[in-house]
Design a protein around this ligand. Sequence first.
Ligand code: IZC
Ligand code: ZN
Length: 409
Amino acid sequence: MKTIVTHIGMLATPLGRGPRRGRLQGQIQTLRDAWVLMEEGTVAQAGTGPAPGADQTIDARDRLVTPGLVDSHTHLIFGGWRQHELGMKLRGASYLDILAQGGGILSTVSATRAASQEELEDKAEKALDEMLSLGTTTCEAKSGYGLDVDTELKQLRAIRELDARHPMDLVPTFLGAHAIPAEHREDRAGYLRLLCQEAIPAVAAQGLARFCDVFCETGAFTAEESRIVLEAGKAHGLIPKIHADEIDPTGGSVLAGEVGAISAEHLIVCPPEGIASMARGGTVACLLPATSLYLGAPFAPARDMIGAGVPVALASDFNPGSCPCLDLQLVMTLGCLRYRLVPEEVLTAVTLNAAAAIGMAEQAGSLEPGKQADLVIWDAPDLDYLCYRMGSDLARTVIKKGRIVSSSD
Ligand code: IZC
Ligand code: ZN
């Protein structure tokens, strides 16, 4: 069956099957009065002028169409919420203070251990529905709230189930190295052994994750510990990712390039040598501006990264602590206002570069023949308008693999 989207006022998409860096990050294709022909869930052709025939027509009514957005960093699966931390922060406690007191991530660990796999799936499904309605069609999802083998596997199985039953494509990441669990507080080496000798082999043997991530941060894991975990993951076929230089510069971005991480995340206080290392290692910088906003923290040096040839992706960081926000439309506006990226660079950051950050650039992230027909019709005449209307949801029709999966027209 052929479906065509006609009367597209502006079709805006990056092009390619890998990340776009430097000047190329801002070079996208924009077509006026365009159409996209879809067949068997993939893009058959995109063009301008008279549209070819099809079995079914979707009229975009002169509005903007982009690829479906890709959220390359979420902590989707968790028990409970942490709204009580808002007041603690307002009274002066920092994110790391709360973690050091046994709260923060560790309180979500308790709630996640107590939840059944089904409860975790049902809760995450609501978030996925909301993400889809806001224009996200592919997302990464991390474990990291189990910190024991059984609960980490429970989280990853929940991701696998949701990928099977929900229109969203989910890409799983193992984040057992998210914090030291309370029972290992006096035995860090023991927890590292559990990660490297039990958890990683089990995750890999069951095919439950593509990536291995670590929270390299004061109060979490040192750069040396992070290297041990990421190398153990690599030995089992898990590609490295790393939460680096979010609060303190502890060497994570330098390590990212050295271990050939596919992406490094946050990078708020990334030093110049970290940017150089990522450029050498081909690492995508996955920046999370809603987290900076939520933590009252500075914003990552995105322009320096683009200038150094590091591909920049933007993601939500959806999680119950430092960023309870899953709206990539807000992230796009923050990308312009706080990173000083232009709308064309921002679009690449939430589509093709985000797809590259999670190994999905062959299938997703741009609208061109052979890729998945994942696209959004926006209530916007052009890309500038989408980036500028902060706080309004402009997603009207969301199409996943050629099928309408969300509509508010
Ligand atoms: O639950 O606080 N930064 N991990 C690293 C997080 C934020 C998630 C959380
Ligand atoms: Zn994160």
